[in-house]
Design a protein around this ligand. Sequence first.
Ligand SMILES: C[S@@+](CC[C@H](N)C(=O)[O-])C[C@H]1O[C@@H](n2cnc3c(N)ncnc32)[C@H](O)[C@@H]1O
Length: 144
Amino acid sequence: MDLEPAALELTRERTGDHSQLSTHQADLAEYEPPAADLILASASLPFVPPEHFGTLWTRLRAALNPQGLMAVHLFGDRDSWAHGDSAVGGMTFHQRAEAEALLEGLEILQLEEQEFDGSSGRGPKHWHRFSIIAGTHPRHSEPR
Ligand SMILES: C[S@@+](CC[C@H](N)C(=O)[O-])C[C@H]1O[C@@H](n2cnc3c(N)ncnc32)[C@H](O)[C@@H]1O
């Protein structure tokens, strides 16, 4: 899913219009995700404003099936889009403790904090992000 029709069109082009692919245009701030075994959100959730982020996160967690996985990026508070002249409005940034709090009750398989200077669609920037893979319990069935 994506807000921009062009992003969905690009996805369809790249997958060759695979018959099992369905695309959905929506604003993440209002999105009601269907039940899912995997939620993959690469560099997209931080584009939701803080006043909508909590509801979005609650909905994503509720949508995750037992033994489901989420693989998501959150942006950190030292990202250059978070403050100063380079600030981008309407985005959500998290301190590490806040990111950890969002993952409470999930099994954390990866919580990698990354900081580097790099490029972006808006030009050079300092990236600060959390690359997260987390799963719902129970991840492993008990031996019979
Ligand atoms: C940095 S790009 C990442 C794209 C892709 N996930 C990837 O990893 O290459 C951010 C994407 O989030 C989408 N986006 C931004 N705000 C959004 C919103 N409120 N609801 C849904 N999608 C949004 C943009 O259209 C864009 O495709």
